[in-house]
Structures are given as structure tokens and as C-alpha cells.
Design a protein around this ligand. Structure first.
Ligand SMILES: C[S@@+](CC[C@H](N)C(=O)[O-])C[C@H]1O[C@@H](n2cnc3c(N)ncnc32)[C@H](O)[C@@H]1O
Length: 128
């Protein structure tokens, strides 16, 4: 999995955990960048796609910024966080919220939500 993020304290259900911080871009820009990034399993993917007010957006967190949200790994079967869109000064932002009690030292995990056959073939861990 490479790097990951571990809780340094307990989080209660529904508590804010971390922001998936990065650059907010439109879908067309995201598609262009995806082509350029050529994701290898060594580099990994830091693009998160979501919909807000019927429009598709992407947060591109590829840049090594030191923000922790971009380092949170995926779990489809046992996630302890869910994604939530919050709006700050009219700009949609993505946060991770605890979907159960998270104990100190638990790894923070959320479901990347990618169910496409092609993605799962290329990255079998998306099914786990
Ligand atoms: C958003 S980054 C997460 C941080 C990443 N582990 C790192 O070291 O920078 C997403 C990448 O982490 C890896 N990853 C995330 N969840 C994983 C999992 N459950 N099993 C294996 N690799 C995983 C994949 O390489 C994926 O493209």
C-alpha cells in the first residue's frame, strides 16, 4: 500500500477526520491530466472524482504537499471513513468523516468508490 494514515487518537462516529486537500479541477482538465500522469502502481493515483450540484469535479492531490488526506488508503470491505462534500465560500471541498468509532492506531481507510472492471483488473485491491 505504500504510505498510509493512522489515527493518533480516538475519533467518534460522524466526526471530521481529515480533508482530501488538493487542486479542484473540472472533469475535462482531469481527463487530460490522467493521460499525462501514466499511473504506475509505484506512483499511485491521487485523483478523486465527485459530483456536486450536478457537475463533475475532481480533486487532484498528485502534488506532494504534506497534506495527509492524500495519503489515506482504500478499503471497500472495511472502511472507517466516508467522503462528504462540504461547501466553503461557494467552493466544494471533500472531507473524510468517521463512519464508526475509530480507535487510536487504527489505519484510516475509505472506499475510493471505483467499481469499473478495467480499474479492478488493473488494481485488484480496489475489490478488497
Ligand atoms: C491516494 S494514494 C494513497 C497513499 C499511497 N499509499 C502513498 O503511499 O502515497 C492511492 C494509492 O495508494 C495505493 N493504495 C491505496 N489503497 C490501497 C490498498 N488497499 N491496497 C494496495 N494499494 C493501495 C495505490 O497505489 C493507490 O494508487
Amino acid at each position: 500500500k505504500g504510505r498510509g494514515v493512522v489515527a493518533a487518537r480516538t475519533f467518534n462516529k460522524n466526526e471530521f477526520v481529515v480533508e482530501y486537500a488538493g487542486e479542484l479541477i473540472e472533469l475535462s482538465t482531469a481527463r487530460e491530466r490522467e493521460g499525462k500522469y501514466n499511473h504506475s502502481s509505484a506512483v499511485g493515483c491521487y485523483m478523486y472524482y465527485f459530483k456536486y450540484k450536478n457537475k463533475n469535479y475532481c480533486i487532484d492531490a498528485t502534488a506532494e504537499t504534506g497534506r495527509l488526506g492524500r495519503l489515506v488508503n482504500h478499503s471497500r470491505l472495511k472502511p472507517n471513513c466516508s467522503t462528504k462534500v462540504v461547501v466553503v465560500e461557494n467552493v466544494p471541498r471533500l472531507i473524510l468523516v468517521a463512519n464508526k468509532t475509530i480507535k487510536n492506531n487504527d489505519e484510516i481507510l475509505y472506499d475510493y468508490g471505483d467499481r469499473s472492471k478495467e480499474s479492478i483488473l488493473a488494481h485488484p485491491w480496489l475489490a478488497l
